[in-house]
Design a protein around this ligand. Sequence first.
Ligand code: NDP
Ligand code: 2IT
Length: 452
Amino acid sequence: MNTKTNSEKEIKAFMSGLKRRNPGEKEFHQAVHEVVETLLPFTAEHTKYRDGYILERMTEPDRIITFRVTWEDDAGQIHADRAWRVQFNNAIGPYKGGLRFHPTVTQSVLKFLGFEQVLKNSLTGLPMGGAKGGSNFNPKGRSDREIMRFCQSMMIELHRHIGEDVDVPAGDINVGAREISYLFGTYKRLENRFAGILTGKGLAFGGSLVRKEATGYGAVYFMQNMLNHANDEVKGKTALVSGSGNVALYCMEKLLHLGAKVLTASDSSGFIHDPKGIDREKLDWLIDLKENRRGRISEYAEKFGCEFHEGKTPWGVKADLAFPCATQNELHEVDAQALVKNGCIAIAEGANMPSTAEAIEVFLQNDVLFGPAKAANAGGVAVSGLEQSQNQLRISWSREEVDDRLKKIMENIHSKCVQYGTREGKPVDYKSGANIAGFVKVADAMLAYGVV
Ligand code: NDP
Ligand code: 2IT
C-alpha cells in the first residue's frame, strides 16, 4: 500500500473517532479535518508526536464552561441565553481568544474557533494558549442599555474563570469596544482589581493603540508578504472584501494605504459593488455608519450611487485579490471557481474558516496563493498579546511601536509558513505550512510536560 492511501486511511480512522466523541458538531469536525489532513502525514514521519498521542490530546479541549445568562430587556421581559467559554489548550501560555455574540453560536462553533486559536496563537510566537467563548444572544436591534445588562450578567459568571495569568478574553463578532468596556467595568467591581483580564480595552483604561486595526492590517501585511515572496506587490491591485465589521473595515484601510483599489463590502443582508473604488472619504463614511450609527451596507449604495446585491456575496466580481472578512463558510466551491475564472491570484482570510474545504482545494489546485485564517488573521490576537505585555509592564507603546511589532510578527508567521509549506515547482502551500508550524511548538510543550 502506498503512503498516500495509508495516510488517507489514518485520517478516516482519526475522524471517525473524533465524530463519535463529538456527535453533530460539524464546524468542529471541519476545522479538525483540515488540520489532521496535514498533520497525520507529518506525525507519521515525526513519530514522537504520534507516540505521545498529541493530536488526540490536542483535539480534546481542556475544559468547557457552560452557563446561563439571564437579563431583562427594556420592556421588562426576562431572557435566558446560553453562554460558553471553551478553554482549549494552555500548553504555551494562558488561554486567549475572543467572545462572540451571535444567534448562530453553538458549542460546535466555539470548539472550532478555540481549536483554531490554539494553532494561531502559537504561530504569533507569543506565549498564549487558545480559547473561545460567547453566547447565542442576538444583539441586533438591542439598545445600549440592553447590551450593557447582558454583558454585566455574563460577567457575573465569567469573572471566576478568567484572569491575566489564567484566561484573557477579547472581542469577536458583535463584541467590540462597547461590549469589552461593559464587561471590564463589571469585572472590576466584582473583583475589586484593575488588571489586564480582557484585551481590546478602551485606550483610557489599558487598551493598546492599533488593536482595533490589527486584524485587518495584519491580513493585508500577510497578503503583502505572500505577494512579495512571489515577486509581486499589493500596489495597483483590485480587491474584494466581504463584511463591514472590525476586520473588514481596517483591511480596507490598509489596502488603501498600500495603493490597492477596494471594490466591495458586505454585511449579512448582501454586498455593495463600487467599481470606482471605496476611497478614503467613502471609507470614513462607512466606518461611521458601522461603528457609530450601526447602519446597513445598503445605505452605502444609496449614498454613493452604486449597486447593492441583496442576499449575495461578492465573489463573482472580477478582482486580483480576495479578503473574506465576515464569517465561517462564506466562500464555497463555486465561489472559488468564479474567483479563479476571473483571474484572482491570492486570498487572505480575515475571518475564521471563511472558505469551505472544497473551496480551499480549488485554490490549491489552481496555484492561487491561499493565506489561511490561522496565519492571515493572527494580527488581531498578536496585538492582544502586546496589549497584555503593556498591561503587565504598566506602560503604553506608541502607534508606530505597536504597528512595527505587528508587521514583524506577520513577517515571522509568513516565514514559518514558507519553512514548512514550500513545494518543489509549486507556490508555497500556506495551509500546510501554518498547520505544521503552529502545531510543533504546542506539541513540543505538551511532550515536555509528560502524560498530563
Ligand atoms: P464584526 O461583528 O465587527 O463584523 C462582522 C461582519 O460580518 C459584519 O459585517 C456582519 O454583518 C458580517 N457577518 C457576520 N455574520 C454573518 C453571517 N452569518 N453571514 C453574513 N455576514 C455575516 O466582527 P469581526 O469583524 O470582529 O469578525 C469578522 C470575522 O473575523 C469573524 O470570523 C471573526 O472570528 C474573525 N476574526 C476577528 C478578529 C478580531 O480581532 N475582531 C480576529 C481574528 C479573526 P451583520 O452586521 O449584518 O451581521
Ligand atoms: O479570532 C481571533 O483571533 C479573535 N477574535 C481575537 C482574539 C484575541 O484574543 O484578541
